[in-house]
Design a protein around this ligand. Structure first.
Ligand SMILES: [Fe+2]
Length: 302
């Protein structure tokens, strides 16, 4: 198994989108039987299941579902036929088959960039033909690796106009999903990547993006991680929200991690320990169940 990052990954890390080549997609794990196996092994109650409406401007909300009774093979069938997006979060912890793959991806990233990767969290994403993941950003760093199918990815340089600091604070505080209001005009600033098996990439923290699947089943690995500086940034932003709430100040995300950000991050750690929030949970309720008897495989619960 190989994963090779582009030259200049060390100097470009945190500033540029970095590309990688890999042969991880050649394993049987991402063929239909392999996916069914992964879904059977993975704790079903942790499986994130989403379906999406038509994309337009503004906020595009998604519906969250469940599939307590289906086999892994039936779920794969539903994703092929429907308009579904599955996320097996922390699959590197729950599914031993993925451990060597996670080690290869993070190990190569550390070697190429000279950064330590902490809080490693590999999500297996399995999604229907033509599914779109709306305009959003992720709080941790992400390395996205394509295993099966093709998809188009739009990456947008972050600034206050396209992703305001206050919105990012709300995402950090789990009071909103990662989706951001989208404007078609943003596309003029985007860089477009056509992903296919064998490609991978990582991008600077908080960089907004959206994804459109080609007309085929897609399987990707979304490998979240934190570097020391991304961890400090995320925690400094947590404190920014507290400052915004209790003072007339309007703090912004800094381009660099300086001593002030480190102090804010230390405060955030203490505040979190005192208020004892659990792991991130979705604010969106479950409103449908996967059902292979229906044409779109989505049965509304209410
Ligand atoms: Fe993302």
């Amino acid at each position: 198994m190989f994963v090779r990052w582009q030259d200049q990954s060390e100097t470009g890390f945190g500033k540029d989108v970095l590309l990688a080549e890999h042969d991880v997609f050649k394993t049987d794990l991402f063929m239909d039987d392999g996916l069914a196996h992964l879904l059977d092994v993975y704790p079903r109650q942790n499986l994130d299941i989403w379906t999406f409406g038509q994309e337009g401007e503004g906020v595009n909300s998604a519906l969250r579902g469940r599939a307590p009774k289906l086999s892994g093979a039936e779920i794969v069938d539903a994703v092929k036929r429907g308009h579904i997006w599955l996320n097996m979060r922390r699959a590197n912890i729950d599914v031993p088959d993925l451990e060597p793959i996670a080690d290869a991806i993070y190990g190569s990233l550390e070697d190429a960039t000279g950064r330590k990767t902490r809080k490693r969290d590999v999500s297996v994403l399995i999604s229907s033909p033509k599914v779109k993941v709306h305009y959003h950003l992720d709080i941790p760093m992400v390395a996205l690796f394509q295993m099966r199918g093709q998809k188009r990815l739009w990456m947008y340089p972050r600034n206050e106009a396209v992703a305001p600091s206050a919105f990012i604070e709300d995402i950090v505080h789990m009071s909103r999903e990662e989706e951001l209001p989208y404007r078609k005009a943003y596309d003029q600033t985007a860089t477009v990547y056509d992903l296919e098996p064998g490609m991978g990439l990582t991008w600077p923290q908080f960089m907004p993006h959206r994804v459109e699947n080609a007309d085929c089943l897609n399987v990707s690995l979304s490998c979240e991680y934190q570097t020391l500086s991304s961890f400090v940034q995320a925690n400094a932003i947590y404190t920014n929200k507290l400052i915004r709430r209790s003072t007339p100040l309007s703090p912004k995300i800094g381009a660099q991690v300086g001593p002030f950000a480190v102090a804010k991050a230390a405060f955030a750690r203490a505040h979190k320990a005192a208020t004892q929030k659990g792991p991130r949970t979705s604010p969106t309720p479950v409103t449908f169940e996967l059902d292979t008897q229906l044409e779109n495989c989505v049965r509304e619960l209410y």
